[in-house]
Write a protein that binds this ligand. Structure first.
Ligand SMILES: *[C@@H]1O[C@H](CO)[C@@H](O)[C@H](O)[C@H]1NC(C)=O
Ligand SMILES: *[C@@H]1O[C@H](CO)[C@@H](O)[C@H](O)[C@H]1NC(C)=O
Ligand SMILES: *[C@@H]1O[C@H](CO)[C@@H](O)[C@H](O)[C@H]1NC(C)=O
Ligand SMILES: *[C@@H]1O[C@H](CO)[C@@H](O)[C@H](O)[C@H]1NC(C)=O
Ligand SMILES: *[C@@H]1O[C@H](CO)[C@@H](O)[C@H](O)[C@H]1NC(C)=O
Ligand SMILES: *[C@@H]1O[C@H](CO)[C@@H](O)[C@H](O)[C@H]1NC(C)=O
Ligand SMILES: *[C@@H]1O[C@H](CO)[C@@H](O)[C@H](O)[C@H]1NC(C)=O
Ligand SMILES: *[C@@H]1O[C@H](CO)[C@@H](O)[C@H](O)[C@H]1NC(C)=O
Ligand SMILES: *[C@@H]1O[C@H](CO)[C@@H](O)[C@H](O)[C@H]1NC(C)=O
Length: 885
């Protein structure tokens, strides 16, 4: 403020004459004030070279009016890592739009935001902003759009928001607001968009007044704690296009008035375990419905045939209810359907052959019902089918050969039926000849006979256990899939003793239950752990002898520390963070916030305070302890150290080593820091992370899958040495009551198969590692390269053109060799087929071997030449999960 004022004063002294000039000067004074506030924020880097009074109007994201005063600040995804309070809001009297979506802003919104009386557009979503919404927000009476979603706001939704009568768009989703929706909000009759979802502490009954919001086209109240019945006044929201009330505690039935909302295209009421009753035939009125999800509730009676009138329906999920009766034939009129999920109901009868009408069906999930009869051969017409689950029914007869004609089919689960025949023999030939590739192929618990063809080796995951198969079981199948997947076939001669199965092979093939991922009911839960922002950790503390000591302190908390210097105690931690005061918070992620704490000994640690989950499982605490214990035993120079944890009724935190240079992600985005990370350091970083992952996968028992390898989770110390962080957090937090498998991972790094199978293996880490390697070498996420490379694999791309241009190209032959080897390995790692990816052990070994290889000059190397030739089924040539010759 001092600096700003001195500029202002200076200017006021200069004009000495006429009033007209004084007027202009006043205008310039405002402009100077603005320029100074922008400069002081530091968000535009070094701005000392600014040449004239209005130079800031030309900065990125700034728009000024004719008088040179700032009206718009538009810095979406601009990489700002700063405290919001450092920004001088009150310096911009003419500001109309402030868009700071997707930065690293933290701290609270300062009260002075109320000074921006002209503000109409305020969007701060996807940051780490905390605290209450300041009451001064009520002064922003011109506000039309307010988006605070994906932050860490807490406290009640202020009733004064109801004074913003021009508000049309209000998004408060994904925060920690608590209490109820204040009744004043129902006065905002201009609202067309209201999104409060994922505020787990907001709830209560929905009042009738919700019917006042007649302009609403989108209403999302999902993932909260609303209860009681859904009010009939919903029928007044006639413009509603999308309504999401899922994952709450609503009870009773769907109010009949809802069926008047004929503009609805998306209706989600799933996962309200006390809602149910018959589904009335009026559901057929909602002719514009594209998605309908009523899963995980208590709907009963038969499936109304009027659903067949919803001709726009793309996705229908009625799974996990008590529906009975047969599949109504009217459903087969829904030719736009791409997802049909009715699993886990009481549906009986056979699957009608008209199922073949649903030509663009991708997901057909009918498992766990009481279906009988045969599998209709017309299923073979569904040539875009991706996932077929008919498991746990009473289906008999043989498997139609037509199924093996569906090239798009990746997930086939016919387990636990009464299927007969020796279809596998034929199927096997087909598989070999065709392009069919099943990632998941489960025919277990049937009565199938005949022999087992070795061509099944091409598939991803095979389970043929508990059938009546016979003959010799090919050795390579046992090696590949483990003998347990062929158990329970008394006449199958298993040569396991001859196969020389390595324990590694057996260990890597866990048995996976069928996953009902694909329906609407369980959307992918992709948790971006935002680890990089989250852990700025430093100081490579020398770990002396590691001891474990348990302290039950006077609060009865369980606190366990791996006593690395002998002087860390619960009280110290509380003191060091002033009881987790926000001023010590250095970041927030999906699972909680991270604090920097200086202990009395001078040691600085990072504390990751985890949000406690609702509906806790009594077993959770115990499992958490076991997991944390296990993770604490991990010792590797490239893995960030977990020093301990605390478990308390109100809070739960993990104590980590602190790394001062922050994440690889951030370093690569910063010009200066990226230059500092030269080729030698980058190669060492890649080797270090490879070694860390190899350690987790191959030296730990049971193996540990990181699940979220990304540049955010690679942290660097002051010497720019890399450590892998945040591993296992997802795993710890997944021990909660639900049995649902959760994918932890960051979009852009997740192996493609995870989109379909949820079968998380070491190979998913390998994929993510490959992406990180390319990112490290290219200096940015390789998305662009990957898409052009996959669409035009034969178009030569020179490696030198892809390498980070901010650094001079490597010249040292040893470094060049390493860069080339790393690129080649990365390309193998991102192979779409998990089986073709190397193991991390092989990656590490390859670097060793690579030392002896000679390399051509860098400018002659095209990346296309670095890709391994495609290999089909011979295990001794491919990278399989087992040993490689
Ligand atoms: C002020 O500086 C900017 C660039 O910094 C330039 O584009 C603009 O023309 C200058 N304006 C005046 C009035 O000199
Ligand atoms: C932002 O404010 C914090 C304290 O509120 C201060 O430590 C930090 O240096 C400030 N950052 C800048 C860029 O001024
Ligand atoms: C706000 O906008 C109005 C009209 O666009 C303008 O007259 C006024 O000067 C602006 N600034 C403030 C602080 O109201
Ligand atoms: C449905 O939406 C259209 C515009 O898409 C609108 O014209 C119509 O009035 C709406 N129907 C109802 C019942 O509000
Ligand atoms: C719904 O729940 C409320 C309390 O949460 C209860 O008073 C009411 O009776 C329930 N209604 C039905 C139909 O179960
Ligand atoms: C639904 O619409 C019908 C006919 O348009 C009307 O009679 C009925 O009152 C409406 N129901 C509600 C609850 O608005
Ligand atoms: C279907 O379920 C309803 C309600 O649960 C029950 O009344 C009816 O008898 C059942 N019908 C059949 C055929 O099982
Ligand atoms: C399916 O649609 C056709 C024509 O659109 C109609 O004649 C037929 O009755 C429908 N079938 C059912 C079962 O609704
Ligand atoms: C989870 O699965 C186990 C057995 O697989 C079962 O006993 C338990 O009830 C399930 N828990 C939930 C919450 O569904």
């Amino acid at each position: 403020m001092d600096v700003v004022c001195s500029g202002f004063v200076l200017l006021m002294i200069l004009p000495i004459a006429p009033v007209a000039i004084a007027g202009a000067a006043k205008e310039s004074a405002v402009n100077l004030l603005e320029a100074e506030a922008l400069r002081k924020s530091g968000w535009w880097g070094d701005t000392t070279t600014a040449t004239n009074v209005s130079a800031h109007c030309y900065w990125y994201g700034i728009i000024c009016n004719d008088a040179g005063s700032v009206t718009d600040i538009l810095l979406r995804n601009y990489g700002i890592l700063d405290e919001l309070t450092n920004f001088s809001f009150s310096s911009f009297p003419n500001l109309v739009s402030l868009d700071l979506i997707g930065n690293g802003l933290h701290g609270a919104i300062p009260h002075q935001i109320g000074a921006l009386s002209n503000l109409t557009y305020l969007t701060l979503s996807n940051n780490f902003i905390e605290g209450f919404i300041p009451s001064s927000i009520a002064n922003l009476t011109n506000l039309v759009t307010l988006n605070l979603s994906y932050n860490s706001f807490f406290g009640p939704i202020p009733p004064t928001l109801g004074q913003l009568s021009n508000l049309e768009f209000l998004d408060l989703s994904n925060n920690h607001f608590s209490g109820i929706i204040p009744s004043t909000l129902f006065n905002l009759t201009n609202l067309f968009w209201l999104d409060i979802h994922s505020n787990p502490k907001i709830g209560g009954f929905l009042p009738e007044e919700i019917g006042n919001l007649k302009s609403l086209t989108k209403l999302d109240l999902s993932n909260s704690r609303f209860s009681g019945s859904i009010p009939q006044t919903f029928g007044q929201l006639s413009n509603l296009d999308s309504l999401d009330l899922s994952n709450n505690h609503f009870n009773g039935t769907i109010p009949s008035a809802l069926f008047n909302l004929t503009n609805l295209s998306r209706l989600y009421i799933h996962s309200n375990p006390s809602m149910g009753g018959f589904l009335p035939k009026e559901i057929g009125n909602l002719k514009n419905l594209v998605e309908l999800d009523l899963s995980n509730s208590r709907f009963s009676g038969s499936i109304p045939p009027t659903l067949g009138q919803l001709s726009n329906l793309d996705s229908l999920n009625l799974s996990s209810n008590h529906f009975n009766g047969t599949i109504p034939s009217a459903l087969f009129n829904l030719t736009n359907l791409s997802q049909l999920d009715i699993h886990l109901n009481l549906i009986y009868g056979s699957i009608p052959s008209e199922i073949g009408n649903l030509k663009i069906l991708k997901f057909l999930v009918l498992g766990s019902n009481r279906l009988t009869g045969q599998i209709p051969p017309t299923l073979g017409n569904l040539n875009t089918l991706f996932s077929l689950d008919l498991s746990s029914n009473q289906i008999s007869g043989s498997i139609p050969l037509q199924l093996s004609d569906i090239y798009s089919l990746r997930f086939l689960d016919l387990s636990s039926n009464q299927l007969t025949g020796s279809i596998l023999t034929q199927f096997g030939d087909h598989i070999l000849k065709s392009e069919v590739y099943f990632l998941y192929f489960n025919l277990s618990h049937n009565i199938l006979s005949g022999t087992v063809p070795s061509s099944l080796l091409r598939l991803g995951n095979v389970d043929l256990s508990y059938n009546a198969l016979e003959g010799e079981l090919p050795c390579e199948l046992v090696n590949q899939f483990g003998s347990e997947n062929f158990a329970g076939n008394p006449d199958l001669r298993c040569p396991s003793t001859l196969c020389g199965i390595s324990p590694c092979v057996m260990k890597n093939h866990r048995h996976h239950p069928p996953y009902y991922i694909i329906g609407l009911g369980v959307p992918f839960l992709v948790f971006s752990l935002i680890g990089g922002l989250v852990l700025y950790i430093f100081h490579r503390t020398k770990v002396k002898k590691v001891e474990v000591e348990l302290m039950n302190n006077k609060h009865g908390d369980i606190f366990r520390i791996w006593n690395y210097d002998g002087h860390m105690a619960y009280e110290d931690i509380i003191k060091a963070t002033n009881d987790f005061d926000v001023s010590y918070c250095i970041g927030t992620g999906g699972y909680g916030s991270v604090y920097r704490a200086r202990l009395p000994s001078g040691k600085v640690v990072a504390l990751k305070k985890l949000n406690r989950l609702e509906g806790e499982n009594p077993n959770f605490d115990k499992s958490f302890r076991n997991e944390a214990d296990m993770l604490s035993k991990i010792r590797h120079r490239n893995i960030v150290k977990l020093f301990g944890f605390c478990l308390h009724k109100r809070c739960m935190f993990l104590i980590y080593e602190y790394m001062d240079r922050g994440s690889l992600f951030c370093i690569l985005r910063d010009e200066t820091e990226a230059m500092e990370l030269d080729w030698i350091k980058r190669v060492n970083l890649i080797k270090g992370i490879a070694s860390a992952l190899s350690y987790l996968h191959h030296d730990c028992d049971p193996p540990i899958i990181h699940r979220d390898v990304s540049s955010n989770n690679i942290l660097l110390n002051s010497q720019l040495e890399a450590t892998l962080s945040d591993f296992g957090t997802a795993r710890i937090l997944e021990l909660d009551s639900s049995n649902q498998t959760v994918i932890a991972g960051t979009f852009g790094y997740m192996a493609p198969e995870l989109a379909y199978t949820l079968v998380v293996t070491e190979k998913s880490d390998v994929y993510s590692f490959g992406v990180v390697v390319l990112e490290t070498l290219f200096g940015k996420h390789p998305q662009e390269f990957l898409s052009s490379f996959s669409s035009q694999p034969n178009e030569p791309i020179m490696l030198k053109d892809l390498l980070d241009a901010r650094l001079p190209p490597p010249t040292n032959p040893l470094v060049v060799r390493n860069v080339v080897v790393a690129t080649a390995l990365a390309l193998d790692c991102i192979n779409a087929n998990p089986k073709c990816r190397p193991t991390m052990q092989q990656v590490v070994n390859r670097f060793e071997v690579g030392r002896r290889e000679s390399t051509r000059p860098l400018h002659t190397i095209a990346v296309n030449q670095l890709v391994s030739p495609p290999v089909l089924s011979l295990p001794d040539q491919t990278y399989t999960d087992g040993q490689v010759v």
